[in-house]
Design a protein. Structure first.
Lengths: 574, 232, 288
């Protein structure tokens, strides 16, 4: 009975470790090979705190969680800066450095002998010093962790994470600080792992660096992958399998000497088989999605939303006029190496008008576009929006103040529903802040409902009202382009900058598409497009800026500019 | 006709880029394909050579249907392509790059004579034979890329915006070299952003817009054309 | 001073072996961009095959040849049966890494099951001590340095002067273009796995002459292999050689300043910094 309880306790600890790593890896997209190290650090902190201060184990565990999360947060910054292909190696290096450090700092950690005599948990006078007694405590811990994990992932915060997994730049362009999200997820994951470490230390009354080795980190990763990344129930299955199967070996006769290599062989073979033949894990995410669809139906949200009539959203009303362009660019410049891509560039966007930026290859219009939208930092010059300087504003802050951009290659989130694609574009969501998510769930719920109404409105406007619950990747390319426009509208930004909006639009549809952009301007939006297709430019623009060699060469209507032979020479060569 | 493209449809995943494009090139002819950025010129060229799959239509070369045939086979058959980018082996020497190009057609024995031809057109490559390709200037790298493509003595040479990144003088030189190559009997299909250059070198010109070929006209007509803007 | 010279000599000897390990993994990574973590298993396998044959009284050189044969075969099989099908299906870096880890763990466990956990020395090589004034080393050390550099030299000659070598370099340099001009990448991939496994087999042989083998030696060798490559420069075999020498010497000299326990930590700390600051390594190029 004790043996069974012990196995269960062990399995539960690994379930927690797997879930917490899944948050980092499966939801945050960061392949961390160092998870066991945080587990171990947590154990040490709790052990040292309780041994030296004589306080209750809960304080020890709490301190472990907080301190490790802080360390995790500090480390997340370098983790995130490293390119993806090197991340695995980088985290292995980190893992080994800390592991060897723990082995070496004998005075603090006891070296490879570890620290004995970590006190068992004490609550309400009961001492939880046997596996059977500990089991209820462990179960509560697992439940709490699952609650936190589900809350984090099935929330607006989790929705942003999902977007980040697919396309970080697109998420940035919708007003979210990607780095902040990743750091927070990392802190939550490492914090939970540290909590597990603390609990484990008090359970076994012992802590040593052995539980923080590379082998352990790899074991946890294997559990995540086996159960399916971004699949929290799968994590439990993965953890159980990789703990229980080797334990069964204990019952084989004559196996006692060979337990370690036998377990190694089975565990290695399982890895090979799964990765080679079923890399999506035991329970694929797709299966999960289907169940969510049924869940939605139960909640009373029909699969094809009826057209919601909520009147004209405020964005449609023309802005109270003030003088001067809403967005102004003065003397903007940017160099790469020795090459001046943008050189003393001037431009002004008038409210409610469509301005086009054209020029031959290499004229700097794409660079100028990226400078104005915050994806590049200018070397010199100013950008003003509504008479306030926004010159060095980073890209993710733009939608928050009312400037949004689209992408030449669309960049919608293929794995999300159409509605979720729009919801992620709403600004200032409480549900994206973890503290508010846990402390004020009613506000989050209310905002979510309001956001859904707004999103449905814009979806109808572009004609995709029937497709709200469709998975984005099932849309045709033309529908995806419409979705991208709806997504822009959902940000409620006043100024829309479109990067080659007609790219990929088939010839039968170009007219309609131009009409949509004209309607956007008519409803009060200020629009700027970078375009190579001059038929589109002639068809919709109010003003055209002609760029060459990084500067504005001319400004005027399309007809005026195309009558100028000098511009013709620049555009077509001599 | 050396090569005839009939109603070609080309797309990436679910996005169609080329809609029913048709063109042809005769033996020894110089043809240019112009159009705005994103019109589908590069996509069309790549599909013709077999780098991209077509969704519909045909490519007939020397009487045979070569639609969707692999580029490696096409090279052996005299159809050579110069990419816009990444068309060299940067960590290998100029000579090795050229040797590898010859490898494609398995005619290593003939390489001395062919090298002479290439060096005749691009003397700087001979000077820098032993240098690593990535130490060459941008213009020289373009020359090497073209050199590699003609080493195999192609019957049809397709070039994708070779003047990109070159100074006006180099562009003029390149135009001259292309004319020389045509004199040696190679037909040329040139995609160019430098419209004037593309028109002045070619005997016939095709114009592409939004994935379709909207015009085919002669050298003389295009040279005398008042308004080029309407085509873009 | 004599301590310094002694440590320097040690460093050069280990550095030579590290350089060999580096190019053995480097040639595979540079050409195929696969994180071949099962490389460590090939290393252990070679040692044990050699020990097996020596154990049944086969002379040292034929045993070595059998070991190398086993290495080449195993390496090519891992590529052909495991990595290739996964690459075709566009598997993620992480998936391929985990498969490789699985092979490593399962393989070394299998060796443990068959041969037991005890260390096994490789005997049969004449071992004498040589002294040059203050410097001392053994014949095995000398043999290690000579053979390592000989093999590295042969590798560079092969790559630089043969047609197959040029094709390997072409695939490394621009894999797409190589395919377009008709080079069969699949065959080249299997070839470099074979070459890399051959090289790591030699490294295993040299190491086992010096220190007894156990089922877990592969991990250490593997870590050294890729630290060397990333330190010296991805995409550059010369960089791997440089990285190996620097690592070997640094590891040895660090003892002057820090106690021995910190040796491993320093190695990994160097890797940590390199990836953070210049991930393409000392001699590597960005986007190589």
């Amino acid at each position: 009975m004790e043996y069974l309880a012990h196995t269960l306790n062990l399995a539960f600890i690994f379930v927690v470790l797997t879930v917490s790593l899944n948050l980092i890896l499966g939801y945050g997209g960061m392949a961390s090979m160092a998870h066991a190290v945080f587990f171990c650090i947590g154990g040490y902190i709790s052990a040292i705190v309780t041994l030296n201060l004589g306080c209750n184990f809960l304080i020890g565990v709490l301190m472990a969680v907080v301190a490790t999360a802080a360390v995790g947060g500090a480390l997340a910054a370098p983790f995130i800066r490293v390119q993806e292909e090197y991340l695995i190696l980088f985290t292995i290096a980190f893992q080994m450095v800390v592991f060897h450090l723990m082995m070496s700092l004998y005075n603090i950690t006891g070296g490879d002998s570890g620290i004995f005599g970590v006190p068992s948990p004490r609550l309400f006078g009961i001492v939880f010093d046997t596996p059977v007694r500990f089991l209820p405590l462990m179960t509560i811990f697992v439940i709490v962790v699952y609650y936190v994990a589900f809350k984090v992932t099935k929330s607006p915060f989790g929705r942003v994470l999902k977007g980040i997994r697919e396309d970080e730049r697109a998420v940035s362009s919708l007003g979210k600080n990607v780095i902040q999200f990743k750091v927070i997820v990392f802190m939550v994951g490492t914090g939970i792992a540290a909590g597990a470490g603390g609990i484990f230390a008090h359970y076994t009354q012992f802590i040593s660096p052995a539980i923080g080795s590379l082998d352990e980190s790899i074991l946890i990763i294997a559990m995540v992958v086996l159960g399916g990344t971004a699949n929290l129930w799968g994590s439990a299955l993965g953890a159980f399998l990789l703990i229980i199967i080797p334990e069964i070996l204990n019952f084989l006769p004559g196996a006692s000497d060979l337990i370690v290599p036998l377990r190694g062989f089975i565990y290695g073979a399982l890895l090979i088989i799964f990765m080679r033949f079923r890399p999506e894990g035991l329970i694929p995410e797709y299966f999960h999605l289907k169940r969510t669809e049924r869940g939605r139906q139960k909640a009373g949200i029909s699969s094809s939303p009826k057209v919601m009539d909520v009147g004209t959203p405020k964005a449609y009303q023309a802005e109270p006029g003030s003088e001067g362009p809403i967005l102004e660019v003065k003397g903007l410049s940017k160099s790469f190496g020795g090459l001046k891509a943008v050189d003393d560039f001037f431009m002004g966007l008038e409210r409610g008008k469509i301005t086009a930026l054209v020029g031959p290859n290499g004229c700097g219009k794409t660079t100028a576009f990226n400078l104005v939208t915050g994806f590049l930092k200018p070397d010199g010059g100013h950008i003003r929006f509504r008479d306030k300087s926004i010159t060095n504003l980073p890209a993710h802050k733009m939608p928050q103040i009312g400037i949004a951009r689209s992408w030449q290659d669309v960049r919608i989130f293929q794995g999300m529903t159409v509605l979720d694609n729009l919801l992620i574009a709403r600004q200032n969501q409480s549900g994206e802040r973890l503290i508010k998510l846990f402390a004020m769930p009613w506000q989050v719920k209310r905002e979510e409902q309001e956001n859904r109404k707004a999103a449905a409105l814009y979806l109808n406007w572009v004609g995709l009202g029937e497709k709200g619950f469709e998975i984005a990747r099932n849309l045709s390319y033309a529908e995806q382009k419409l979705l991208a426009i709806a997504r822009l509208l959902t940000t409620e930004a006043q100024v829309l900058l479109l990067d080659e909006p007609s790219s990929g639009v088939d010839p039968n549809w170009v007219e309609q598409f131009m009409g949509i952009i004209r309607d956007l301007a008519a409803s009060g939006k200020t629009i700027c497009i970078v375009e190579h297709n001059l038929e589109v430019v002639r068809g919709i623009s109010d003003t055209v800026y002609f760029m060459a060699e990084g500067r504005k060469m001319a400004q005027g209507s399309a007809d005026e500019l195309m009558a100028d032979p000098k511009l013709g020479e620049i555009y077509f060569g001599v | 006709m050396l090569i005839t493209v009939k109603n070609l449809d080309v797309g990436y995943r679910d996005k169609q880029v080329v809609f029913g494009a048709s063109l042809n090139v005769d033996v020894g002819e110089f043809i240019s394909l112009i159009g705005h950025n994103g019109a589908g010129k590069t996509t069309l060229l790549k599909a013709v050579c077999g780098f991209l799959k077509t969704e519909g239509g045909q490519v007939i070369y020397k009487g045979a249907d070569i639609t969707n045939r692999s580029p490696a086979v096409n090279v052996k058959d005299g159809l050579s392509f110069v990419h816009q980018e990444k068309s060299l082996f940067p960590n290998l020497s100029v000579l090795e790059n050229l040797q590898l190009a010859a490898y494609a057609v398995g005619k290593a024995a003939d390489i001395e004579r062919r090298l002479k031809v290439v060096y005749g057109l691009f003397p700087i490559l001979q000077e820098r034979e032993r240098q690593m390709a990535d130490t060459l200037s941008g213009g020289q790298q373009k020359q090497l890329a073209v050199g590699m493509a003609i080493l195999v003595e192609p019957e049809l040479l397709l070039l994708d915006e070779p003047s990109l990144g070159l100074s006006p003088n180099l562009v003029k030189d390149l135009g001259g070299v292309l004319k020389e190559i045509q004199k040696m009997g190679t037909a040329i299909l040139l995609v160019e952003q430098n419209v004037k250059m593309a028109i002045s070198l070619a005997q016939r010109i095709y114009v592409m817009r939004t994935g379709q070929i909207i015009l085919e006209d002669t050298h003389d007509n295009m040279m005398n054309r008042e308004n080029l803007w309407d085509l873009f | 001073m004599s301590l310094f010279l002694l440590l320097l000599t040690r460093g050069i000897i280990t550095g030579s072996l590290y350089a060999l390990l580096g190019v053995s993994w480097g040639i595979i990574y540079n050409t195929t961009r696969t994180f071949h973590f099962a490389h460590g298993f090939i290393y252990t396998l070679t040692s044990y095959i050699i020990l097996l044959f020596v154990g049944i009284s086969v002379p040292l050189i034929p045993s070595l040849l059998f070991g190398l044969l086993a290495a080449i075969l195993a390496g090519c099989l891992v590529e052909y049966l495991a990595y290739l099908p996964m690459r075709v299906k566009n598997a993620s870096q992480l998936s391929i890494f985990l498969t490789a880890m699985g092979i490593m763990i399962a393989g070394q466990s299998l060796i443990h099951l068959i041969f037991g956990p005890d260390s096994r020395p490789l005997t049969g090589f004449p071992e004498h001590i040589i002294s040059f004034g203050m410097i001392t080393f053994t014949t095995i050390d000398l043999f290690t340095v000579v053979l390592s550099w000989l093999v590295i030299g042969l590798l560079f000659a092969f790559l630089g002067r043969t047609k197959a070598g040029m094709m390997i370099r072409a695939v490394s340099s621009n894999p797409e273009k190589a395919t377009f001009i008709g080079i069969d990448s699949r065959k080249i991939f299997v070839l470099v796995f074979g070459i890399g496994s051959f090289l790591v087999g030699i490294a295993a042989f040299l190491s086992t002459l010096d220190k007894p083998a156990n089922p877990h030696i592969g991990l250490g060798a593997l870590l050294i292999s890729f630290i060397t490559v990333f330190l010296g420069g991805v995409g550059s075999l010369k960089g791997a050689v440089l990285g190996g020498m620097i690592l070997g010497v640094a590891e040895s000299l660090v003892i002057i300043v820090l106690p021995t326990e910190y040796k491993m930590m320093v190695t990994f700390f160097i890797l940590f910094l390199v990836i953070l600051i210049k991930p393409e390594g000392l001699m590597g190029k960005k986007n190589a």
